[in-house]
Design a protein around this ligand. Structure first.
Ligand SMILES: NC(=O)c1ccc[n+]([C@@H]2O[C@H](COP(=O)([O-])OP(=O)(O)OC[C@H]3O[C@@H](n4cnc5c(N)ncnc54)[C@H](OP(=O)(O)O)[C@@H]3O)[C@@H](O)[C@H]2O)c1
Length: 159
């Protein structure tokens, strides 16, 4: 990993079966978790796939860097990158960058991440999009904040 890259955190809400979405929407509405997402990411750049951008749009107070393979793609209020490393490099003037999905982008960004903030949702919804496997050889759980219906879990990369 290049030392020019910022500290990378991936943040996701994940069902018991690994599902994070159906390709369009998130499978649940957890207002507590949306507030957690907002206060955690506020003021930091966010990297997202073009499909996730289509589902949630640009969020105020945070730079959105959208990854797409489409050469001419643009949207109001966002920056465009054509690979995950390019998107992370575009955030290199920030100490912290959040990777906010979806499934394709989590998979490609995992190798760059130092920390995972996973909302473990006590549901097993239908859906084709999943979070990558969190390999215990690479990741250690360092915090668990349990709430009715979900838990906020922090993983740090093992040195
Ligand atoms: N539960 C959660 O926390 C959470 C968070 C975020 C999203 N989601 C869900 O995840 C689903 C979307 O995930 P997804 O996997 O379908 O799509 P995604 O990861 O959001 O975006 C995929 C798109 O990113 C671009 N892309 C991927 N790899 C690329 C590369 N190497 N270089 C350039 N561009 C690249 C492509 O855009 P182009 O097609 O434009 O080329 C591709 O179609 C939705 O259901 C959403 O609700 C859930």
């Amino acid at each position: 990993m290049s030392t020019a890259l910022p500290n990378v955190t991936m943040i996701a809400a994940v069902g018991r079966n690994g599902v994070i979405g159906d390709g369009l929407m998130m499978p649940w509405h957890l207002s507590e978790d949306l507030k957690f997402f907002k206060r955690t990411t506020m003021g930091h750049p966010m990297v997202m796939g073009r499909r996730t951008f289509d589902s949630m749009g640009a969020l105020p107070g945070r730079r959105s860097i959208v990854v797409t393979r489409q050469p001419g793609w643009s949207a109001a209020g966002v920056e465009v990158a054509h690979s995950v490393p390019e998107a992370l490099g575009a955030a290199s003037d920030s100490e912290q960058v959040f990777v906010v999905g979806g499934g394709e982008i989590y998979r490609q960004a995992m190798e760059y991440a130092a920390r995972l903030l996973v909302t473990e949702v006590d549901q097993s919804p239908e859906g084709s999009v999943t979070f990558p496997r969190i390999d215990p050889a690479d990741w250690v759980e360092t915090a668990r904040d349990v709430h009715p219906g979900f838990a906020w879990v922090t993983y740090e990369r093992r040195r």
